[in-house]
Write a protein that binds this ligand. Structure first.
Ligand code: 2IT
Length: 398
């Protein structure tokens, strides 16, 4: 189970707008296909290498199992750096990437989606090339598609919304509610933005958020038109959040993360892996804040996570459960594609909500069953593992 079923590397050559050629590396890790077609995102980021794709594929296997839907685990991507690239350059890169990958994927084989650096635009170019090469309408081959060719409503918001729904379940367990809660998050990408929006809808607010250049403290919370401004700011320059502070006259602390601030109720790292290391974990524990809800894939280093889990006053929730609503709605997109139907936003949102409640429930029950108390980290691992292990045993050694 710790060995990927297969993992491959491929060359991706593309031409920039000046007519110069570039060569990047692409990867796809088909980690485990015991419970369904391989499923997981593609990440385009300069720092990507095999190790990142492999850990993401491993985590994806158990996350997908937790959703309750029939999806195996996979991950892929490239060390292509999308920063500063034109639309045409991104298109040519995506076309070349798909030319290398299309033989190995399909609606019943492996279904990629987005991750960091891969959004609706990239999925569109990737799908266009797949369709051109195969000459069939198989839109179930990718998820995160645009609504004009088989996308699902709520997919862009699903990860952030799901994370807040999961948080609500944790609060309920602790006889607490979401109203009035102040959240400190990192990241204001697709996922962070979804958290901001859903939190505001439910009477909570994100009062701190961190970006690559530092963190923002907005005591009134990111709500209303500020949510639109976040999108605008990100589209212009994804590396800086300081413009938010300049526009709204709030505090900006350069070069720091908001881990350790005391005037919040919940921490939600929603940026990227290894965001919270031991030094930050110590500050978080000392702050007295009770809830530490991971959102990004493995945002906490192992030592830091063990340290936080050992804090008696804290409740810690793991990313593979908290962020599973993203791939969960990808699973719903696959269902819609095979039914040739489009569900309403209300329908998808209701399914997402139900899924997140169930993930929390089966995690809490699994931990309880093994005498571990309310240990959501262990519970998610156990619950996710069991189904995959069962399927592997029943299918025999191969
Ligand atoms: O980390 C993840 O779960 C994703 N990037 C989403 C994967 C998917 O197939 O929707």
């Amino acid at each position: 189970m710790v060995e990927p079923e297969r993992m491959f590397t491929f060359r991706v050559c593309w031409m920039d707008d000046k007519g110069e050629y570039h060569t990047n590396r692409g990867w796809r890790c088909q980690f485990n296909g015991a419970i369904g077609p391989y499923k997981g995102g593609l990440r385009f980021q300069k720092n990507v290498y095999e190790g990142i794709i492999k850990f993401l594929g491993f985590e994806q296997t158990f996350k997908n199992s937790l959703t309750g839907l029939p999806m195996g685990g996979a991950k892929g991507g490239s060390d292509f750096d999308p920063a500063g690239k034109s639309d045409a350059e991104v298109m040519r890169f995506c076309q070349s990437f798909m030319t290398a990958l299309y033989r190995y994927i399909g609606p019943d084989i492996d279904v990629p989606a987005g991750d960091m650096g891969v959004g609706g635009r990239e999925i569109g170019y990737l799908y266009g090339q797949y369709r051109r090469l195969k000459g069939v309408w198989e839109n179930g081959v990718l998820t995160g598609k645009g609504m004009s060719y088989g996308g699902s409503l709520i997919r862009p918001e699903a990860t952030g919304y799901g994370a807040v729904y999961y948080l609500q379940e944790v609060l309920k367990h602790e006889n607490d509610t979401i109203e009035g809660k102040r959240l400190a998050i990192s990241g204001y990408g697709n996922v962070g933005w979804g958290i901001m929006k859903k939190a505001a809808e439910l009477g909570a607010k994100v009062t701190y958020f961190a970006g690559p250049d530092g963190y923002i403290h907005d005591p009134d919370g990111v709500t209303g038109e500020k949510l639109d401004y976040i999108l605008e700011m990100r589209a212009k320059d994804p590396m800086h959040c300081k413009p938010y502070a300049d526009k709204y006259g709030v505090e900006f602390v350069a070069g720091e993360k908001c881990w350790g601030v005391k005037d919040v109720d919940v921490y939600m790292p929603a940026a990227t892996q290894n965001d919270v290391r031991m030094e930050s974990a110590e500050k978080i524990a000392a702050s007295g804040v009770k809830y530490y809800i991971e959102v990004a894939n493995m945002p906490t280093t192992n030592d830091a996570l063990n340290y936080l889990r050992a804090q008696k006053h804290m409740v810690v929730a793991p990313s593979k459960a908290v962020n599973a609503g993203g791939v969960g709605v990808s699973g719903l997109e696959m269902s819609q594609n095979s039914e040739r139907l489009v569900w309403t936003a209300e329908e998808v949102d209701a399914q997402l909500h139900k899924m997140m409640k169930n993930i929390h429930k089966v995690s809490a029950e699994a931990a309880e069953e093994y005498g571990l108390g309310y240990d959501l980290v262990a519970g998610a691992n156990i619950a996710g593992f069991k189904k995959v292990a069962q399927a592997m045993y029943e299918q025999g050694v191969f």
